[in-house]
Design a protein around this ligand. Sequence first.
Ligand code: ATP
Ligand code: MG
Length: 579
Amino acid sequence: MTTEARRVTVDAADDAAGGLDFIRQIVVEDRRAGKHAGRVRTRFPPEPNGYLHIGHAKSICLNFGLAAEHGGLCNLRMDDTNPTTESVEYVRAIEDDVRWLGFDWDGRFYHAADYFEQLYDCAVRLIEAGKAYVCELQGAEVSEYRGRWNRPGRNSPWRDRTVAENLDLFARMRAGEFEDGSRTLRARIDMASPNMNLRDPTIYRIRRAPHYRSGDAWCIYPMYDFTHPLSDAFEGITHSLCTLEFEDHRPLYDWFLENIDAPCRPRQIEFARLNLSYTVLSKRRLLELVSEGRVAGWDDPRMPTIVGFRRRGYTPEAIRDFCDRIGIAKANSIVSIAQLEDAVRQDLNRRALRVMGVLRPLKVVIENYPDGRVEEVEAVNNPEDAGMGSRVVPFSRELYVERTDFREDPPRKYFRLAPGREVRLRYAYFITCREAVRDPATGEVVELRCTYDPETRGGYAPDGRKVRGTIHWVSAPHAVEAEVRLYDHLFTRVNPEDAGVGGDYMDALNPASLETLTGCRVEPSLRGAPAGSRYQFERRGYFCVDPDTTDGRLVINRTVTLRDTWAKIEKAQQAQTAG
Ligand code: ATP
Ligand code: MG
């Protein structure tokens, strides 16, 4: 659904009942109640410590979509408070990905790192109010004092320092007088709270590491739980949408806003993160796959990253449609990757050019077709869209067909080539297989000798004779050679994290996730096609040109298989021959 179609009017009483998800209902209610003067402002706040994945796409669509539906705005904010994991490369990639997905932040591009001075001031205000203190407990002691979920914690021995002492120590932390890890600034809340997040959480730590944005300006860095609500408040965010694991952090989020007396009080709302079957969606995991060389990079077409999907041939429209279809819920679940593939198919079905490409070529010689003659047959570019027109494809005496389209000993319901069998060559002629030529050494079929019926040009017999099989082909002398990369799921388990005792998600890595076919043959219209061009290879699936393509080398990715009767029949036959 487009934003226009979903645009919400706050006065219409029945909008909330009109199939809005729970977040959209809350926003409608808030506007009706006049909160924030009816204004809606959201933000997408990634940490630039990796490339964005499909889970982030869900958050992007929600934040930008929701704002647009209410005539509001959505900010893009780098949540960049960790000097050791963040980089400009990731920042640039995030900008590219959000833009590619079709969203625009219109100059509202912010960095938490740019708020360091303001955040520092807020921390000082907390100290002045007796609500924060400098603590000298070390790692193991901190957790010892924190207690357990079922056992209250104990107050830190540093909890009751005077305001003056705390102010002095905090200033000296900033000035670099203390070693990394030797002191922290903690919020003074409640060491007995049943919510562990409220047991005097750390708000600043000492870390001597240059930051990609603030350089060497700081040796203390604010923690996420402190930074996030305040950044939201600084930007006038009205609805701060995040994933469920932050639900227990919400009281802390509110505590900071209240105790700093923030002028704007954003409302945090949690929703279920996207989990996809056969996929890991965590930047940490994805980084491991990249750095351990399990994949070729962040943009490996098997990766669930936006750059990976883009290289694989997925469209932004398909990804947005998928996010729309899965909706927003409050309970975690695993969405089938088939749903994503389905959205991709639907979109490509409408827009991809149909072409013919042979993945595993078998030579066909048409014995009664004159040597040296070339005909041009007309082929439809997209039967879904007459406006996409047609093209001509050369036909000649020597062709390639798919190896799987010939069977010496055809099973029942196999309607393709077999000795003595007549089939239709798509857009061209009927041909009949006369003989299979074998390699004398290996016994492998290397060529089919066929004849054609010149009366059947265009693929129809004037005598009304029918054939049951139609196969695709390319003219051998005109075809372009290509390398085709076929992809399967990166993991063999529905939930790769479901590894059992002593197991690991890496155990579930699919050793057959990439199959590279060389010597494939595609029709000449693909010659010179730029990287990113998308096609449907008739009967084979959706494909796109990979950026590894050079002048002399065409590299093609399979985006997604076709789910059609061919695929089903082929599967049944494989089962038949295997069984
Ligand atoms: P990861 O767990 O993959 O490292 P993250 O939550 O640490 O992700 P951030 O950069 O902090 O990554 O995420 C930016 C925004 O995207 C956050 O608001 C976060 O809630 C949201 N987000 C991250 N992963 C998902 C997901 N799988 N589904 C929906 N939203 C997500
Ligand atoms: Mg995060």
